[in-house]
Design a binder for this molecule. Structure first.
Ligand SMILES: Cc1cc2nc3c(=O)[nH]c(=O)nc-3n(C[C@H](O)[C@H](O)[C@H](O)COP(=O)(O)OP(=O)(O)OC[C@H]3O[C@@H](n4cnc5c(N)ncnc54)[C@H](O)[C@@H]3O)c2cc1C
Length: 581
């Protein structure tokens, strides 16, 4: 089967939906493909807030937001991108308000704002209230609001279509070819469909499922990042993966930073607010990389609770009113998943794998680039967590992802609408689906191979234990070997379900391949970066090295061999300085 649309959006999270909305408003024949029903996208799980320097509560300016973003990202942020983010944050949040998003309000009816880690007044003087929020369900509200708008504007959705390949024309994407559409697997009946298109946006989200303890949904397996990579597009800055400080012990479900933004504290076994020793100025509102490392330091020093591998998040002093009005969901998570009552007890927490700073490299217009010279891949776009533009550099600030979706999702839709004019429909036929059909059939037909779940579990262990918050040469070499071994095992992956109806067994096996691609690039990039910056913390190279590494890593795989190249960071306003809080 073959279908045509002038533009395709892969992914129905915040980034994909806003792009689709712009395409619909521009009258472009377009469609969204999503493996999940749209409102199940991970954006709906986002809790704490979306930031914009509205200045509703306290004086604020987009320049301060830009500075915090650059410093928070340990100067690996492209500053032209951070400027776009901080400026357009304001108008996109107001546009969302006008679409009807039910933000919490101040007494005089304006959007309420709260504090979040690393967001400061006047270039680092102290915390500022910049995060707009709807209780601790901000992402849910954004997703519902955008989805409603998409329905209102008649956006075409292919729900539960799993994109399994990109279609190219004129060569591989890494060699000057263009994106010409996608191959999708219809989950309901296993039918493969070729969708031809003049422009394809990858908005497929992150890949936190490569770690054992993670806040990420089961579906976050790096599909878009890996599919582009398989066609020659580099993965950028993969070594920078964020661990969020406060996950539920063992299972990783997130307890939003909003808890600390509202005044929650972190306590060690001695009952001390240990952040005073690590970030005396911002304390618990230091950026996430620092707070996660501080928690590990306390645990290593034997000051975890009862000597164990967790510390406490304490919100008792905030009182029932604040907790019920501003943090209802996360306190309920603590009750349901831990059996702890946050009104009267401190909550045991430990860092949880959370967010990919790296991903598909793009320019400011969301066009995918393929080398250190920023050469654009025709017809291919990326936005949201799958993309690396790069506004987050080596470490993202809380609330800066949701705003990234809004700003760059909107830019993607507008850019695609402009670019498809006058371009002809690619002339590919449905034979382009044959390679991926053969790969899927091989998995389905294999007798006696290994199940994906076992390989996935081992991958999650390796990545958690050896490529987590702290790294060094020894553990990274061990991880490299282990991931190589897992790739070998994956060659014989097999499934129990050989049918065509809702065969999630087959699709999960496919997704594991994407996770392995992302993991392999992450380990190679982390090994080569012999410095510590943001979330990439090398115990054997504890200092940041701006002479060698003020650059983005581009990892490319050709004929099974990964090569790395380095692309300079764009610096406009803020020269790198030591990063203290
Ligand atoms: C628990 C949690 C809380 C968070 N809280 C905050 C917060 O308060 N503030 C903040 O700024 N950030 C927060 N984040 C981060 C932020 O929510 C995510 O980075 C962001 O929502 C990602 O959005 P996205 O549009 O890129 O993709 P997602 O919302 O992850 O959506 C991905 C989409 O891609 C589709 N897809 C994927 N693969 C395929 C495929 N092969 N074929 C077809 N479709 C595919 C899926 O169906 C889905 O629709 C949080 C994240 C988590 C996990």
């Amino acid at each position: 089967m073959i279908r045509d649309h002038d533009a395709l959006v892969v992914g129905a999270g915040g980034a994909g939906l806003w792009a689709a909305l712009e395409l619909a408003k521009a009258g472009v024949d377009s469609a969204v493909l999503t493996k999940l029903y749209p409102t199940r996208s991970h954006t709906g799980a986002a809790q704490g807030g979306v930031c914009a320097a509205l200045g509703n509560q306290e004086e604020d300016h987009w320049e301060w937001h830009m500075f915090d973003t650059v410093k928070g990202g340990d100067y690996l942020v492209d500053q032209d991108a951070a400027e776009v983010l901080a400026r357009e944050a304001i108008e996109t949040v107001i546009e969302l308000e006008h679409m009807g998003l039910p933000f919490n309000r101040t007494d005089d009816g304006r959007i309420d704002q709260r504090r979040f880690g690393g967001h400061t007044r006047n270039y680092g003087e102290g915390p500022v209230k910049r995060a707009c929020y709807a209780a601790d369900r901000t992402g849910h509200m954004i997703l519902q609001t955008l989805y409603q708008q998409c329905l209102k504007h008649g956006v075409k959705f292919y729900d539960e279509y799993h994109v399994v390949d990109l279609v190219t024309e004129g060569g591989e994407l890494g060699d000057g070819g263009r994106a010409a559409g996608v191959v999708a697997y219809r989950i309901a009946d296993g039918e493969l469909v070729v969708l031809r298109s003049k422009a394809v946006l990858l908005a497929t989200g992150g890949f936190g499922r490569m770690f054992r303890v993670t806040s990420n949904a089961w579906s976050l397996t790096g599909d878009g990042v890996a599919l582009a990579y398989r066609h020659g597009v580099p993965m950028q800055d993969m070594e920078f993966y964020q661990f969020h400080p406060t996950g539920i012990v063992g299972i990783g479900i997130l307890l939003s930073e909003a808890a600390r933004g509202e005044g929650g504290t972190l306590l060690n076994d001695l009952g001390e607010r240990f952040m005073k020793d690590y970030a005396p100025n911002l304390m618990e509102l230091a950026p996430r990389d620092m707070v996660s490392r501080a928690i590990y330091q306390e645990i290593r020093a034997g000051r975890g609770i009862g000597g164990k591998d967790y510390v406490y998040l304490d919100v008792r002093h905030l009182g029932r009113k604040v907790i019920e009005e501003k943090l209802p969901d996360i306190t309920e998570f603590a009750r349901v998943y831990q059996g702890v009552e946050p009104l009267t007890e401190p909550v045991p927490i430990q860092p949880t794998a959370h967010y990919a700073m790296g991903g598909i490299p793009t320019d400011l217009l969301t066009r995918v680039t393929r080398d250190t010279a920023h050469t654009v891949v025709p017809g291919l776009y990326a936005a949201g967590e799958a993309a690396s533009v790069s506004v987050h550099g080596a470490n993202r600030l809380g609330t800066n992802s949701l705003v990234d979706l809004l700003v760059f999702g909107r830019r993607a839709g507008r850019q695609m609408a402009a670019d498809v004019r006058g371009v002809r429909m690619p002339a590919v036929d449905d034979a382009v689906m044959e390679p991926v059909r053969a790969e899927l059939e091989a998995i389905r037909g294999r007798q006696g191979g290994e199940r994906a779940a076992a390989i996935r579990r081992d991958l999650a262990d390796v990545m958690m234990d050896d490529v987590g918050v702290y790294r060094d040469e020894t553990c990274l070499r061990r991880a490299q070997k282990a991931v190589g071994g897992l790739r070998e095992r994956y060659r014989t992956v097999a499934v129990h379900d050989t049918g065509t109806t809702f065969n999630t067994d087959l699709l999960e096996a496919r997704e594991l391949g994407y996770l392995l691609d992302c993991a392999e690039a992450m380990v190679a990039s982390a090994l080569a970066r012999t410095e510590s910056r943001g979330a990439h913390s090398r115990e054997d190279y504890p200092e940041r090295d701006d002479t060698k590494f003020l650059a983005h890593t581009l990892a490319t795989r050709r004929d099974g061999v990964i090569s790395l190249a380095y692309k300079p960071v764009t610096i406009t306003k803020f020269q790198p300085k030591p990063r203290t809080y």
